[in-house]
Design a protein around this ligand. Sequence first.
Ligand SMILES: Cc1cc2nc3c(=O)[nH]c(=O)nc-3n(C[C@H](O)[C@H](O)[C@H](O)COP(=O)(O)OP(=O)(O)OC[C@H]3O[C@@H](n4cnc5c(N)ncnc54)[C@H](O)[C@@H]3O)c2cc1C
Length: 384
Amino acid sequence: MATYDVIIAGAGSVGLPAAFFLAEHKVKVLVIDELPSCGQGQNKSAIGGVRATHSDPAKIQTCQLSLEVFASWKDKYGDDIHFQRGGYCFPVYEEEHEKALKDLLVVQKEYGLDIDWVEGEGLARLLPGINRDGLRGGTFSPGDGNISPMMTARAFYKQAVRAGVEFRFGEKVTGLAGGNGSGIEVRTDKGKHAAGKFLNAAGAGAAEVGRLMGIELPIEPDSHEGGVTEPVKPFFRPLVVDIRAFPGSRNFYFYQEQGGHVVFCLTPEPIIPGLNRDSTSDFLPQSARRLIRLFPRLRNARVRRVWRGLYPMTPDGVPIVDRVRDREGYYVAAGFCGQGLMLGPGIARNIVSLMTTGSTLLPEDIFRSYSLYRDFTRPSEALK
Ligand SMILES: Cc1cc2nc3c(=O)[nH]c(=O)nc-3n(C[C@H](O)[C@H](O)[C@H](O)COP(=O)(O)OP(=O)(O)OC[C@H]3O[C@@H](n4cnc5c(N)ncnc54)[C@H](O)[C@@H]3O)c2cc1C
């Protein structure tokens, strides 16, 4: 049985950067994923938005770390992950939304976020062709942006392999033993492996992997759909979040990636719990209506493809990143809801620090937001 310092379950948005950063610390790592190659879980469902503008201080600081990694990746490692710093824009048409976003600005500025309120005129310059009827203005955070989820997964994978990480694809973690100070034995449908430490980064499968060692993780997936149009001439750069609720959807967000394709996603109302990933017949008509209502000039854009993926949800919309008490060597980084791509590298830097030095990079009182032992009934953060 081969022995490693760390075994990671999951080669996704979080497991891949964690593996790479561990290997940079000279840690011997094995990553196991049941799918045939890297990023094939929820990572490839993401539309690619990456932002530090949140309301939770832990998410703000984590995503600031992530953005540093994304922005410097090409210079440092040479791979193009299609990072584009186009910012995030929340256009506002309703008085109560204006008040809520302006109140939030105070907290966001306290944490050093580059974000401001932009009046209607300025917003229309950022988003040429936006529907001006009732437009009050909106927030704009120019430091945020977007990346290609697949190119990013590939880049982390490539550098991880180069740094010595071993990967076993098409292999499912089916059992765990140990956790009492003598390491952890990882059983799979193909064999057994042993490690000093184990990281559960299994995304939508994390609760199941938790139960393999009697750990209850409150993570329940629900599904969200995305779509992409044919390329059209680039005319806007920010990722736009329309926070208005309409029948059938809570909010809607989209951006134009570097090649001109408009990528979009919608939060269904009510949510659709479960693991079903078959596209629905509701998503496209709803999205098209919302897109054209906001950007009438996109009415002739043709949609190329739609897909449905999962948000691994926690009750309060905040991930679980922690060392498990009473199971020595067992760590969790899961429950990333709709934000695992943007949180991934920042979380990975912290969990790697926790595993190698015993403390996180973020201050303990901030990182506590991610605790497995927190009160999950507190009011939830905005889910996207
Ligand atoms: C439509 C849509 C749009 C989204 N847009 C964005 C966005 O713009 N920005 C953003 O930040 N996030 C977005 N997300 C959310 C993001 O995709 C997820 O939060 C993120 O991918 C979760 O990362 P993860 O590493 O936890 O899981 P994953 O990337 O799914 O990785 C987990 C891996 O674990 C493997 N696994 C599970 N169980 C086992 C097992 N027993 N044995 C072995 N392997 C196992 C899986 O095969 C998978 O590859 C979006 C999601 C959807 C559905």
